[in-house]
Design a protein. Structure first.
Length: 144
């Protein structure tokens, strides 16, 4: 997986569907976006139950297991990690996927919640409309 691709659910979901044991992500971040990209990689790893090894030329290099527990984290923009090999990671990496629902159902649960929300809002609007119309009919009947 290359850099930005790790931010998109569909890309990593393919790896989750295939029960990949370890996902390598190569990246090169700027100082402003380094935290969000590393966080998204970990989020996608948990979503699909895949350990990740994210190595950057610049930015946050991270290793996490399929539960999102960070095994190692190196930020090349921090002062103590400056230098030619500042972002290098030498770490025992967890291997082995964890079964999660996301590779199987995808965004189906979220889409079902959206349909339910639209139904509830529609029901509330219809109920409010009926209440306002019945109040208008009552006022018209009592004044006539």
């Amino acid at each position: 997986m290359i850099c930005w691709d790790a931010d998109f659910p569909a890309a990593i979901r393919q790896a989750g569907e295939q029960n990949v044991d370890l996902l390598f992500i190569s990246a090169h971040d700027t100082a402003k976006i380094r935290g969000i990209h590393a966080g998204m990689s970990i989020f996608r790893a948990v979503e699909n139950g895949i350990p990740i090894f994210r190595q950057t030329g610049a930015g946050v290099s991270v290793v996490s297991d399929g539960y999102g527990r960070v095994v190692n984290r190196v930020d090349t923009f921090e002062e103590n990690n400056a230098g030619a090999w500042g972002g290098e990671q030498m770490v025992k990496t967890p291997v082995g996927s964890i079964a999660t629902l996301y590779p199987k159902i995808g965004d189906g649960f979220g889409q079902a919640m959206l349909v339910g929300l639209i139904g509830l809002v529609g029901f509330a609007l219809i109920k409010r409309w009926r209440r306002n119309n019945s109040a208008a009919v009552s006022v018209a009947a009592s004044s006539g």
